[in-house]
Write a protein that binds this ligand. Structure first.
Ligand code: NAD
Ligand code: DAU
Length: 339
């Protein structure tokens, strides 16, 4: 088996590569990543020591470059993690989200058709379903929940999902799509809630909570997400969408308080700031299809996962410092000062 993983120098893609190296040691892994601001090449230092691992710096929008890699490597399976992923950045600059998330996905699928790749898996998000009301805990996102996006990010991901399903119907490309809720764990870029709050709390900086802090996200430990993708590759039915989530809903303020408590920092660091435009209220996944059809279920309890995550960031301050130097300083000022 030769698997080509795009976006493998980012958060979830790198965790997926490490899962494969541990649990599918006979597989050959080809990683393609453009190394945008969200990547950290040092994340893959351990993977690079394996003779089963090959890395290409390439942009999925670059058709010639992508075709050359497929021609040389002839992968059996492609898993597409490569994307622009931060909602706040999509509000600032939607264009790059359309280019990478929609057009880049099309380039990869064209390459799959041209080079006879047997399987294409698209890593999607629960954000394509829009949001749920806070006062209806009985409502969950199912695979047949209508697509109803709120941000340029989620609209671009919805466009990609629809294109992937269209390639199945029109060209017979053997595809699957997963839609997962919010992930947390090692190697997440500190623009996202959990690593940003850990980083700020560690440095005694204010913790910027959007709006009233009562928006709800459904958190899943990243390795459980990666196991779900592997289960879909090995047992999923092509042409199908699978939701992945852990029935683990938390308000943002609960998350922030947990981080402060675990790090022994004061709640006076919490600072309420202006809300995100179009801010989705609540996400909540119904993962029963993946459970029933693939036998997949989460294995990491949030109380354990968040402790492991906080410990990982406090033990990898060098990695965090690499992410927060350079352009991050400008990004942070643009996004948060005077908010
Ligand atoms: P990330 O931002 O941490 O990493 C994205 C990676 O893609 C980076 O390494 C980046 O360099 C690469 N990339 C970006 N544009 C590229 C391009 N044009 N060509 C090649 N590589 C490019 O993202 P993540 O959080 O790991 O998310 C991975 C996937 O999972 C995305 O498709 C995202 O939509 C989806 N997802 C994320 C979450 C979450 O909570 N983080 C939840 C559900 C789904
Ligand atoms: O649901 C899956 C999605 O989860 C993925 O598809 C996205 O790629 C991923 O970024 C994530 O999107 P969110 O917008 O939910 O994640 P983020 O970490 O940006 O924000 C989580 C919540 O925390 C959200 O309600 C906004 C809030 N927030 C975020 C930041 C960065 C704050 O209150 N303050 C902050 O500084």
């Amino acid at each position: 088996m030769k698997i080509l993983v795009t976006g493998g120098a980012g958060f979830i893609g790198s965790n997926f590569i490490y899962l494969l190296l541990r649990e599918r040691p006979e597989w050959e892994i080809v990683c393609v990543d453009a190394l945008t601001y969200a990547a950290n090449i040092h994340t893959l230092n351990e993977a690079a020591k394996s003779e089963k691992f090959t890395f290409y710096k390439e942009d999925i929008r670059n058709r010639d470059g992508i075709y050359a890699i497929f021609d040389k490597e002839q992968p059996d399976t492609v898993v597409n993690f490569a994307a622009e992923t931060h909602v706040d950045r999509s509000i600032e600059n939607p264009g790059i989200f359309l280019e990478t998330n929609v057009l880049g996905t099309a380039v990869l699928m064209d390459a799959c058709l041209k080079y006879g790749v047997e399987r294409f898996h698209q890593v999607g998000t629960d954000e394509v379903y829009g949001d749920l009301p806070l006062d209806r805990p009985d409502l969950l996102f199912r695979e047949d929940t209508p697509i109803h996006t709120s941000s340029p990010y989620s609209a671009s991901k919805a466009g990609a999902d629809l294109l992937v399903l269209a390639y199945f119907r029109t060209f017979g490309l053997q595809v699957t799509v997963s839609r997962c809720s919010n992930n947390y764990g090692p190697y997440q870029f500190p623009e996202k809630l959990i690593p940003l709050m850990i980083n700020n709390a560690t440095h005694g900086k204010p913790l910027p909570v959007y709006g009233n802090g009562l928006n709800v996200r459904d958190w899943l430990y990243v390795e459980d997400h990666c196991r779900g993708i592997l289960a879909i590759l090995e047992k999923g039915k092509t042409g199908e969408v699978y939701n992945l989530g852990g029935h683990n809903e938390k308000t943002n303020i609960e998350i922030v308080r947990t981080i402060l408590r675990e790090l022994g920092r004061p709640e006076s660091l919490i600072t309420y700031v202006g809300d995100r435009k179009g801010h989705d209220r609540r996400y909540a996944i119904d993962p029963s299809k993946a459970n029933r059809e693939l036998g997949w279920q989460p294995t990491v309890m949030f109380a354990d996962g968040i402790r492991m995550t906080i410990r990982w960031y406090t033990e990898h301050t060098g990695w965090l410092d690499e992410c927060t130097s350079g352009d991050y300083v400008n990004y942070y000022a643009r996004m948060y000062s005077g908010r």
